[in-house]
Design a protein around this ligand. Structure first.
Ligand SMILES: NC(=O)c1ccc[n+]([C@@H]2O[C@H](COP(=O)([O-])OP(=O)(O)OC[C@H]3O[C@@H](n4cnc5c(N)ncnc54)[C@H](O)[C@@H]3O)[C@@H](O)[C@H]2O)c1
Length: 283
């Protein structure tokens, strides 16, 4: 099946970020009309200047605000007459350094879940009447964290696993209505959000090196993720995994979960590094 993107109206959340902006460019190339949304009007206005103004609408939107999302969907219908695709992509992780459940700030934990899990639900809920009416598509940016142990990143991984299940459930619920939903699983991608994990705190970088094989730690470009997203939308694929080296782990997740959970539990070097990180953060 080939879902033609020419003339389709796509609303992107977190559009000013790395994966959002790269996807906006790729979708525009594929012929779609763009609704660019992000926290600040300036950031989406700046991106919108790259495109023909007849094919783009740029609006500030915080995905945790349900009423604001409904207003944006109304504006989209006013301008383009319809909304075909929701790309629910906005997301956050730790602001400064990775933390454990023990050492984290509880308000920050809750804010991450608010944006990454509830923000996705609210965006989907407000867009769904249009997506169903147009037999369209919802694409949700989850992460390989949906199936990888989330230690040091638990609010993020909890949310990414949650929105994976939300999207799978939605896909089944939409099937009889001619609309669909797809999960996007990027591995590490070189964007702002990944900086905390990669470069920020040297101890966190060391812990990540101990926990993940080097092949899986190689970041991909946001353009590569965008390319996968566009291909996946065209085929209305249930799962879009970029880079493909994560696919075996995704398929074998039951077995890998048992092995990685065991490895992390039995690894004294890893425990020592976590202890040190917690000491640094709580003293
Ligand atoms: N970079 C990676 O390694 C990686 C891997 C897997 C999944 N992801 C996911 O990809 C998505 C895009 O992230 P990115 O890598 O482009 O990072 P990014 O930080 O460049 O982009 C995230 C964007 O979301 C926006 N945003 C944050 N809070 C928001 C809110 N409340 N409402 C609306 N917009 C908000 C930010 O302003 C930013 O523009 C996120 O969901 C992220 O979790 C990223």
């Amino acid at each position: 099946m080939n879902y033609n993107l020419i003339g389709k109206v796509v609303l992107i959340t977190g559009a000013a970020g790395g994966i959002g902006a790269a996807s906006a460019r790729a979708l525009y190339e594929a012929g779609a009309n763009l609704v660019l949304t992000d926290m600040s009007q300036d950031s989406v206005d700046q991106l919108a200047r790259e495109f023909n103004e007849k094919r783009v609408l740029a609006l500030a939107l915080d995905v945790t605000d349900f009423e604001a999302i409904k207003t944006v969907v109304g504006r989209v219908v006013e301008q383009f007459g319809k909304l075909d695709i929701l790309f629910s992509n906005a997301g956050i992780s730790w602001r400064r350094s990775a933390s454990t459940v023990f050492s984290c700030d509880e308000k920050e934990f809750e804010r991450i879940v608010e944006v990454d899990l509830l923000g996705v639900f609210r965006t989907i809920k407000a867009s769904l009447p249009e997506i169903i009416r147009n037999k369209g598509q919802v694409l949700v940016t989850s992460s390989t964290y949906a199936f990888v142990n989330g230690c040091l990143n638990s609010p993020y991984a909890t949310s990414k696993a949650g929105i994976e299940m939300l999207t799978r459930s939605l896909r089944s619920e939409l099937a009889g209505k001619g609309a669909t939903a797809s999960v996007l699983y990027p591995g590490w991608t070189s964007t702002a959000i990944a900086e905390v994990a990669f470069g920020g705190d040297p101890l966190v970088t060391k812990i990540n090196k101990a926990a993940y094989p080097s092949l899986l730690r190689q970041p991909v470009s946001p353009e590569k993720v965008a390319e996968g997203a566009v291909k996946g939308l065209r085929k209305r694929k249930p799962r879009i995994t970029v880079p493909v080296r994560w696919i075996p782990l995704s398929i074998m997740r039951g077995v890998f979960s048992i092995i990685t959970d065991w490895y992390l539990e039995k690894n004294p070097k890893f425990h020592e590094m976590l202890y040190q990180l917690e000491q640094d953060q709580t003293t």
